[in-house]
Design a protein around this ligand. Sequence first.
Ligand code: OOG
Ligand code: MG
Length: 262
Amino acid sequence: MALDDKTLTQLAEHLHACQRKAQDTTKITDAHPDMSWDDAYAIQDRILAAKLSGGARIAGYKAGLTSHAKMKQMGVTDPVFGFLVDEFAVPDGGEIKITELIHPKVEPEIGFVTRSELRGPGCSIASVLAASDIVLPGIEVIDSRYRDFKFDLKSVVADNTSASRFIVGGHAVDARSVDLRTTGIVLEKNGEVVALGAGAAVLGHPAAAVAMLVNHLGRRGKSLPAGTLVLSGGITEAVAVKAGDNVTLRVQGMGSVSVRFV
Ligand code: OOG
Ligand code: MG
């Protein structure tokens, strides 16, 4: 660790407050250029601890920056991992108040729900598929707390990988009944197609992102419990939204999921 305990707590409190108040901030590596990866995940852990002590429940995990489209859009080279809590969940067809967010963008993702515990190291696509129950369409709403959505990898990890809202729905299918590499997706905003792609855009296979998450948790002495939702990462570039926008994600063989910004 490059940062002391007091600084980690103070940075976690600051980023958590920015999320709750929908206020942006400068990226934290500007003031702390020597911050380490462990520091970044320790800050994220402290935000989670604050949420749990405030009564929130873990709703799942997310992998991010898992497609070339996303890495290119954000100018980074490696995936990152974050948590989802129940307060981020929005029902399929539900509404999100734009005033509660800073500069939201939507991402088309494939969600996995596990049926048995997964533990790394050594977790592979095969182990993920064997341990998965269902896969389903998911829209992730990201809202970086950093000014103009500009960050480096450590800063975005500390900021819980821009997590802010998520919607899962549509028609869940058995994870082993589909070839997720060739599963097509269409993202629509106000009835117009704004992005399209296929599952292979995420690390060659979306289950590879879940395996990376499990191996990441393993390095930190944690496992992925049975029954956990994992969002495997945006298949395409993220798309900015504003009040009045209706967003629908259609996933081949899995129906659609929608959300409205008001
Ligand atoms: C970081 C989070 C990226 C994804 O699916 O790629 C992410 C960001 O771009 O703000 O959730
Ligand atoms: Mg995402």
